[in-house]
Design a protein around this ligand. Structure first.
Ligand code: HEM
Length: 411
């Protein structure tokens, strides 16, 4: 593949998963690369910078004064997202909002959720084992992150299947091959916002020990020292962020993690023999799957990277799966090695104030799910092709596993 052939706006490039071949070329030949405006996209996307090396991603990620998050994380983030979500805020406003919510995600909190995670994992794996042959993405990988984020946010069990089918449709409708038309996206968003508002009313009437109750009543200090609650649009977007960030990403790590283990039977056998390797295996699964493809930042002033001039207002995209295969950082980066150490994987971002809030939760979900799955199975076999859903540049996830048919053999 040559540099001139790379068109990151073309869904076909992602149809078989993340295009590592293209990014190997970028890391080698043009680590700070100007991508011309991709045609055909709605809303249209201007040209943008592509950062593909680990160190550059980390540097840009950490310097939020130079590379601001304000315009939103996607190259197609809508205007109303500017400065209204945690992922599209900078400085003290971002810190204040993040503090509010981080109480729900500390290591202590995640430790408290440990038993709950395991109970869900056991019931999900046992239900799949009863079926024998299952579609791993929706039957297993989808289920655990959905229930965990719903428990944390405070979404009643009976609403979950409906609500998370909406988050799923919301992401899939930007895939040109999906049966859900892209024109549906607004309608789906409105339905989710209406649900979030109704749930908010219930929490105000009957407060509970969950994140959605906290966010209904909390007051934040503005830059001029005044205190006010979150506005309706801030709450709506928060709901969307938590339900999508908390479910789709971890689902993809679990699905692609299983695929990696099945494609590397020596690694799977080693993990079965010695389950104490689970935490390093989880880091390798995260490095390998890297479920978020990119985050966009915007240069706040003229600058340069590796001698390449970047102008104020330019979009700069940070491609985490590429950083995770950087030959200058990782030994044999294309080898899936569950014992890799050290493993400074970048799947949760390159550090800095926006570092993934759900990192501890996601890690525990992945580890616990595989512990329970491997403890209950003798054999797992792929019984069909893996397929992918391509959201394209509209969503920073860009591409995710859609179907992974497997046969599970109980112990
Ligand atoms: C394997 C699973 C996950 C991956 C790969 C992932 C990846 C990421 C990445 C790359 C970022 C941007 C970091 C940056 O800009 O520096 C991020 C931010 C975020 N993630 Fe995750 N994430 C995962 C799971 C979760 C979960 C389970 C939650 C739970 C709610 C979550 C909530 C968030 C939030 C709220 C932010 C925005 C933080 C901020 O802007 O301050 N993520 N995540």
């Amino acid at each position: 593949m040559r540099l001139d052939d790379i068109d990151l706006g073309d869904p076909a490039l992602f149809r078989r998963g993340f295009p590592h071949e293209a990014f190997s070329v970028l890391r080698r030949d043009a680590p700070i690369w100007w991508h011309p405006a991709p045609g055909r996209l709605h809303p249209p996307v201007k040209g943008f910078w592509v950062l593909s090396r680990y160190d550059d991603i980390e540097a840009a990620n950490r310097d939020t004064e130079l590379f601001t998050a304000f315009e939103g994380p996607s190259l197609q983030s809508p205007e109303e997202m500017r400065g209204t979500m945690m992922v599209s805020m900078d400085g003290p406003a971002h810190t204040r909002l993040r503090k509010l919510i981080s109480a729900g995600f500390t290591p202590r909190m995640i430790a408290r959720l440990e038993d709950q995670t395991r109970r869900w994992a056991v019931s999900i794996v046992e239900a799949a084992l009863e079926r024998g042959t299952c579609e791993f993405v929706s039957d297993v990988a989808y289920q655990l992150p959905m229930h965990m984020i719903a428990d944390i946010v405070g979404i009643p069990v009976e609403d979950r299947a409906w609500l998370f089918s909406k988050t799923n449709d919301f992401l899939q409708c930007s895939d040109p091959e999906s049966s859900i038309p892209v024109s549906e996206v607004q309608a789906i968003q409105v339905e989710m916002f209406q649900y979030a508002q109704k749930l908010g009313e219930q929490k105000r009437k009957h407060p509970q020990d969950d994140v959605w109750t906290i966010l209904q009543t909390v007051e934040v200090e503005t830059d001029d020292g005044e205190r006010s609650g979150l506005s309706q649009i801030e709450l709506d977007l928060f709901f969307l962020l938590l339900t999508i960030a908390g479910s789709e990403t971890t689902r993809n790590a679990i699905s692609l993690g299983l695929l990696a283990l099945l494609e590397h039977p020596d690694q799977l056998a080693s993990l079965r023999r010695d389950p104490t390797q689970m935490s390093s295996a989880t880091e390798e699964i995260l490095r390998w799957s890297s479920p978020v493809a990119y985050f966009r930042r915007t240069a706040s002033r003229d600058t340069e990277m590796r001698g390449v001039p970047i102008q104020a207002g330019d979009s700069v995209t940070l491609w985490y799966p590429s950083g995770n295969r950087d030959e200058q950082i990782f030994d044999a980066p294309f080898r899936f090695d569950i014992a890799r150490s050290p493993n400074y994987q970048q799947a949760f971002g390159g550090g800095g104030p926006h570092f993934c809030l759900g990192a501890n939760l996601a890690r525990r979900e992945i580890s616990i799910l595989f512990e329970e799955l491997l403890a209950r199975t003798d054999d797992i076999a792929l019984v069909g092709d893996v397929t992918y859903s391509v959201q394209g540049l509209a969503n920073p996830i860009v591409v995710s596993a859609k179907e992974l048919p497997v046969r599970l053999q109980s112990r």
